[in-house]
Design a protein around this ligand. Structure first.
Ligand SMILES: [Zn+2]
Length: 328
């Protein structure tokens, strides 16, 4: 009787709180981070669903890398990390273990590697029925739970950081069933399958984590040419009527054959600058595109609204688009 009753009791407890369990005892996950996918964060890498040396996400798309065991949710830049983006418990449970104290530092600058601490500052939470979740790369000093703490779904447990084996501030989220890492987008799917399985996300989280083959992570205007490190660092000064005028877009998940284009138009609607259409020779996990004018006209840029239009075209169709504007 106990064996039969236990899941029912846990189910009842789960439903009375803000988390729930599916009928087979698998947890239901809420969004594990306080950001808006598609606007203030993005999923640069899903779990690798390919057993071989290549990488495929759960839709057999390119948005993973070899042997990636988890889901990455990346925030805009370093200033967002410093401002603080909360990492949230995805389901009710009890904290098994934490680590805090590692410095926030890109792996590119981490002399001597991570010392086997690739996950950086981390919390692991045990859920019902042998399930657990793991939250990696949290900011130094931000982990606010300790082993034994009981948490509800949505409770803040720390902040997104840059600790362990990472090049940019993000949450690496893992779901475990026993000793097996599970893809929360496709639980039970056959290895290597391009569909099937079921989502462990709540309907609200699943809607926010809708699969995007490509997406924009950061777009705006700057007063000088940019590079990716500058975009990550948030070293972007807004243009004025007397500085260079540059529009930029960082896109994730572009594919070989995609053609990104960025154009800038002045207040009179006339084209000021356009990038050249050139299909990408290979897939690009992230790509920075910028366009603008550096020579300020006598008397400065005319006041008004400057409009930027970014498109990615493929076989004559727009597959990604973003428009944004600046008032001078
Ligand atoms: Zn990861």
């Amino acid at each position: 009787m106990t064996m039969r009753l236990l899941p029912l009791l846990v189910l009842a407890a789960g439903l009375s709180g803000s988390g729930a369990l599916a009928q087979d005892g698998a947890p239901v996950f809420s969004l594990p981070i306080a950001c808006e996918p598609g606007r203030t964060c993005a999923v640069p890498s899903y779990m690798d669903n390919d057993a071989g040396p290549g990488a495929k996400d759960y839709r057999c798309g390119s948005r993973s890398y070899d042997a990636h065991k988890g889901v990455d949710i990346r925030i805009l830049n370093y200033p967002a990390m410093r401002a603080g983006v909360a990492v949230l418990a995805a389901a009710p449970g009890k904290v098994r273990v934490i680590r805090d104290g590692m410095e926030d530092l890109s792996i590119r600058d981490r002399v001597g590697g991570t010392g086997n601490q690739d996950c950086g500052n981390v919390a692991i939470i045990d859920h019902a029925n042998g399930w657990a979740t793991q939250y990696c790369h949290m900011r130094k000093g931000s982990v606010r739970v300790k082993a034994g703490d009981v948490v509800k779904a949505g409770d803040p447990i720390g902040l997104v950081g840059l600790t362990g084996n990472t090049e940019f501030p993000h949450l690496h989220f893992m779901a475990w069933r026993g000793n097996t890492v599970i893809d929360p987008f496709a639980y039970g799917a056959a290895a290597g399958a391009c569909s099937g399985g079921r989502s462990l996300w709540s309907p609200a989280a699943a809607a926010k984590l809708e699969y995007r083959p490509r997406e924009v992570l950061g777009a705006g205007f700057a007063s000088a040419a940019l590079d990716m490190a500058g975009v990550d660092a948030g070293n972007i000064t807004a243009p004025t009527r007397n500085t260079a005028l540059v529009a930029y877009v960082r896109a994730l998940g572009l594919k070989a054959g995609d053609t990104p284009l960025l154009s800038l138009r002045g207040p009179d609607g006339a084209a000021m600058a356009d990038t050249l259409p050139s299909p990408l020779p290979r897939d690009q996990a992230q790509r920075l595109t910028f366009v603008g004018r550096t020579r300020v006209p006598p008397g400065g840029w005319p006041p008004g609204v400057y409009r930027a239009h970014y498109t990615v075209r493929r076989e004559g169709r727009i597959v990604l688009e973003r428009q944004f504007e600046l008032k001078l």
